[in-house]
Design a protein around this ligand. Structure first.
Ligand code: BG6
Length: 470
């Protein structure tokens, strides 16, 4: 019998820069993503270049109606999406927003409403205006806080009757690890000091608090969440050195949840900063902004990471952005990422035990190659049983966490429709339940096809989890 509560929010998640395309239409300015043709796996380009698949994405900008209709057919209760900052403020510095950009999201939200889907909106998902990156070094600079707050205030006012649930920053902890992806910082990561990376992350945390405060003024009914890329850190052995090392590594992520949930830096900040020689500027005003805490915690979960104080005897495993050691007890994906469903139950318990705030799994999925079979009538069939197994096993662990007593109120499968990947900007690293005919060389009709997982997820939602293979 299903343990999912009535009203559990089932759905899917995407990000504007990975699916919208139309990178220069209707007044949109360039974002940092428009010059990242290889994601974080290659160099930035001088300007937008054709090989950058994100420029066209899957053309959601012109096909949102068809796509949201397909989400509705699967029974989505929620659609996690993001707003492209550069559609609203093309350079980030204008005083007046771009009306065409605002009008686009009005149409998207109205379409969601038509199908009874609640939008959950991320304000910043890896795409600050390129102008701010070039001119100010993006989040390295304190002035970003006000640029971001201005943008957030405009969109929260505009959509105050259409959107209730917001997320300030996607995977806010990524800024320290990948300053380009997380913080829009063009200076190569090797040239940045730890202090600079944490200063940039601090600016985002302050901006997140400030925006939370503004949100409550705009509409007291708003619910604001944070979002943190989360992987349980497992110790490779029971050697206390490994256990403590894994604990410290875990704290580097929990740090970001802690600030959002309690309004303060955690007790281990001093040690962490001392060890890494980190010195950052924190003003009284910053502390006030930080004190505006979130209503719920969201996180992405793709895999666990295994750690050892001395990693030299072990093999390493791959990972989206983060890597760990090869764990002999879990399976591996096409990209050699660990597949560890139980890690999700662990993570849910981990956060709930500490913060007792409602939790929402904002991203979870597996990038895989799909092999469409061409039918006689030209249509395609995609038998993606591997994806079904992945989702089934992970959702089962959410159910177990609910049985553990954790308050989880929703789940959005990452890339419910195929889109361009973030880390490597590939299209054939497919996450979706809807296949999009776009190929690595950029060709393709962009036609949408329901995969086998589409029907599986539809049944799962219809039965509120009862159809899971247990
Ligand atoms: C998360 C990001 O890190 O992982 C998404 O929030 C991203 O934007 C997802 O797409 C999967 O990673 P990738 O690199 O395979 O697309």
């Amino acid at each position: 019998m299903s343990q999912f509560p009535k009203g559990f929010l089932w759905g899917g998640a995407t990000a504007a820069n990975q699916l919208e395309g139309a990178y220069n239409e209707d007044g949109k300015g360039l974002s940092v993503q428009d010059i990242m043709p290889k994601g974080v796996m290659g160099k930035v380009s001088d300007g937008p270049v054709e090989e950058n698949l994100k420029l066209k994405g899957i053309d959601f900008y012109h096909r949102y109606e068809e796509d949201i209709k397909l989400f509705a057919e699967m029974g989505f209760k929620v659609y996690r999406m993001s707003i492209a900052w550069t559609r609203i403020f093309p350079t980030g510095e204008e005083t007046e927003p771009n009306e065409a950009g605002l009008a686009f999201y009005d149409k998207v939200f109205d379409t969601c409403k038509k199908y009874g889907i609640m939008p959950l909106v991320t304000l910043s998902h890896y795409e600050p205006p390129l102008n701010l990156s070039e001119k100010y070094g993006a989040w390295l600079d304190r002035r970003m806080i006000d640029f971001f707050a201005k943008y957030a205030e405009v969109v929260m006012n505009r959509y105050k009757n259409k959107v209730t649930h917001w997320i300030t920053f996607n995977e806010i902890n990524v800024t320290v690890f990948s300053p380009l992806l997380g913080g829009g910082i063009l200076t190569p990561k090797e040239e940045l000091t730890m202090s600079q990376k944490y200063q940039a992350a601090h600016h985002q945390l302050v901006a997140s608090g400030l925006v939370t405060k503004l949100a409550r003024k705009i509409n007291p009914a708003f619910k604001i969440g944070c979002m943190v890329a989360s992987q349980p850190r497992y110790a490779m052995t029971c050697n206390p050195d490994d256990i403590l090392y894994a604990m410290e590594q875990q704290q580097e992520t929990t740090f970001f949840v802690h600030v959002h949930a309690t309004g303060k830096y955690p007790y281990y900040t001093k040690r962490l900063f001392n060890e890494e020689n980190i010195e950052i500027e924190i003003t009284q005003e910053d502390r006030e902004h930080l004190s505006h805490t979130v209503d719920y915690i969201t996180f992405s979960y793709y895999n666990s990471r295994t750690m050892a104080k001395d990693p030299s005897p072990y093999q390493t495993a791959a990972g989206n952005i983060y890597r760990g050691l090869k764990n002999p007890y879990v399976q591996y994906s096409d990209w050699n990422y660990p597949i560890d469903p139980q890690g999700l139950r662990y993570m849910l318990n981990f956060y709930y035990e500490r913060y007792q705030l409602p939790l929402f799994v904002a991203e979870n999925g597996m990038g895989s190659y799909d092999t469409p079979i061409k039918n006689e009538d030209g249509s395609l069939t995609i038998n993606d049983d591997y994806r079904i197994d992945f989702f089934n096993d992970h959702i089962l662990q959410i159910e177990k966490a609910i049985e553990d007593g954790v308050d989880v109120f929703g789940y959005t499968a990452w890339g419910c429709i195929d889109l361009v990947s973030a880390a490597s900007a590939q299209i054939d690293k497919r996450y979706g339940m809807i296949y999009v005919d776009r190929q690595p060389d950029g060709s393709g009709t962009l036609k949408r096809t329901r995969k086998k997982s589409f029907f599986w997820y539809k049944e799962l939602i219809e039965s509120n989890g009862a159809s899971l293979k247990r």
